[in-house]
Design a binder for this molecule. Structure first.
Ligand SMILES: [Zn+2]
Length: 505
């Protein structure tokens, strides 16, 4: 008995010594093969039982402020691609990966007409998905906060404003693009950017509608609007009270403060209903953080690293900087302040994914994450703010093991010093890669964040924010079908240009 125990003890000691030697040997071999960067990372992400930490993260009741951050097209695949490249496979994305409560949500849209009217369309575009969380109602691809019959639906931003909250809408896209537009406008076709847009159809002021997205944005009058899309505001109103004036002239006449560069933005200390802020920092979409790369058939066999885009705007206009500025302008130290609702979009994760541009999408994911970090820093200090981070739909890019024989691909040398192969397989070279229909991640911090845990639908996000802010939904002036909108609700509802083969924007 004694000798058996002794023997077993010896064997265990010998085994540990052998394992240590093997591990050391492996480490040295790896180090010799790839130089300084080789190390065996600790892959564990948990430091023990998390029950206490999760319990502590769950806060019921109301929040004074909500910051909703959207990574357009930021599916789990896009998050993992960015993490692997920038921080390594065992690394953490500082903002997105720090959110304590996480779930998934479904994103499908519904068909507008035909025999499948109202039935699930498994792959949504940004317009229908944004309409989902902005209004709590599913709609069709291309819809900007209207239902499948074209009726306007009150949005979170409009409802928050009607309840006395301060409001903001920030994006790296043209501010008329679907995700920022769903909070401030109601049109049947997302392409209705300005008075010159042919897509407006019956929504045009000249047709008796409520006007283009840009014109409705001015009517909605959020306190803070920051993004691209200056070009559409240079168009001239064709009808209505401001006929003959450009939208910029109209905005000025209606009390908006317009800024178009970092210095102008830095000079703004206040934004409210008397003088709302309209920051338009690019004619169209913002240039991306990383220079564009192009996936090709066989491309993953020639690995690359990402480089800075020399055309990027000043970091004073980065999404994080705009988010911080918006928060500074919307927050108030007044005792009876009602709080704020702010939506922030990192738009070009999606746009670069459409273009099979791995470095582009990675840079935009990192950019969004810096905005998440800014929002979290405020929320942690404030203690009364819900931060939600999610995507509007999944997208094409996939991490694959070997170079795909027929699909486009890019190989990237990651922070680990190894090669990650990313495949784009939903369009041919030069075409627009497609959105995909998988559920996406939603994560949160603060009061109300527990409502994202498990599986929800993106329309549930509307209810979560309304409840958490304690908003009355009958106060926005919308919400009744018809809503005095000539041109709406009619069968056919003239939406030329709709029905494109997948979202191309
Ligand atoms: Zn898209």
């Amino acid at each position: 008995m004694t000798s058996f125990l002794a023997k077993r003890g010896t064997r265990r000691a010998v085994a540990i010594a052998a394992a240590t030697a093997i591990a050391t040997g492996t480490l040295l071999a790896a180090g010799a093969a790839v130089g300084q960067s080789a190390f065996v990372a600790d892959s564990h992400r948990l430091s023990g039982d998390q029950a206490g930490a999760v319990r502590q993260a769950i806060k019921g009741g109301k929040a004074k402020n909500v910051i909703l951050l959207i990574g357009d097209g930021m599916g789990d695949s896009e998050i993992t691609v960015a993490r692997n490249y920038q921080y390594g496979a065992a690394g953490r994305i500082p903002g997105i990966d720090a959110l304590p409560l996480t779930g998934s949500y479904t994103t499908y849209s519904v068909y507008k007409d035909g025999v499948n009217k109202g039935k699930p369309d498994y792959v949504t575009d940004s317009a229908a998905s944004g309409t989902g969380w902005a209004t709590g109602t599913k709609s069709y691809d291309g819809a900007i906060s209207v239902d499948i019959d074209g009726n306007p639906l009150p949005t979170l931003l409009e409802i928050a404003k009607a309840n006395g909250l301060r409001t903001g809408d920030v994006s790296t896209a043209e501010i008329q693009d679907a995700t920022p537009a769903v909070q401030v406008a109601h049109v049947g076709d997302r392409g209705c950017y300005g008075p010159d847009s042919a897509a407006c159809g019956a929504d045009a002021l000249a047709s008796g509608g409520r006007g283009s997205i840009s014109e409705q944005l001015l009517d909605t009058r959020a306190d803070v609007v920051l993004g691209g899309g200056l070009a559409s505001f240079q168009q001239t109103a064709k009808a209505g009270a401001w006929k003959g004036s450009t939208l910029l002239q109209q905005a000025t006449a209606r009390g908006y403060r317009i800024v178009t560069d970092a210095a102008g933005l830095a000079g703004v200390a206040k934004a409210d209903q008397t003088t709302p802020l309209l920051g338009l920092f690019a004619p169209g979409n913002f240039p991306t953080r990383y220079a564009a790369t192009t996936a090709t058939v066989g491309g993953a066999n020639t690995p690359i690293t990402c480089t800075a885009n020399p055309g990027r705007l000043s970091t004073k206009l980065s999404l994080a900087s705009l988010t911080t500025k918006a928060i500074d302008l919307l927050r108030s130290s007044k005792k009876n302040d009602k709080g704020f609702f702010l939506q922030v979009e990192g738009a070009s994760i999606d746009k670069r994914d459409h273009s099979a541009d791995a470095c582009g999408q990675i840079g935009e994911t990192i950019d969004l994450d810096e905005a998440v970090q800014a929002a979290l820093a405020f929320a942690k200090k404030d203690g009364n703010t819900l931060v939600l981070v999610t995507a509007d739909h999944a997208h094409t890019s996939q991490i694959v093991d070997s170079t795909p024989p027929t699909a486009l691909s890019t190989g990237l040398v990651t922070a680990d010093g190894t090669v990650m192969k990313v495949s784009y397989g939903t369009s041919a070279a030069g075409g627009s890669q497609q959105h995909t229909g998988a559920q996406v991640r939603i994560a949160g911090y603060g009061p109300g964040a527990a409502n994202v845990v498990g599986l929800t639908d993106q329309t549930d996000t509307f209810g979560t924010i309304v409840r958490t802010l304690g908003l009355r939904t009958d106060a926005s002036g919308h919400g009744t079908p018809g809503h005095g909108t000539p041109g709406h609700g009619a069968p056919g509802h003239g939406t030329p240009g709709h029905g494109q083969g997948g979202d191309r924007r």
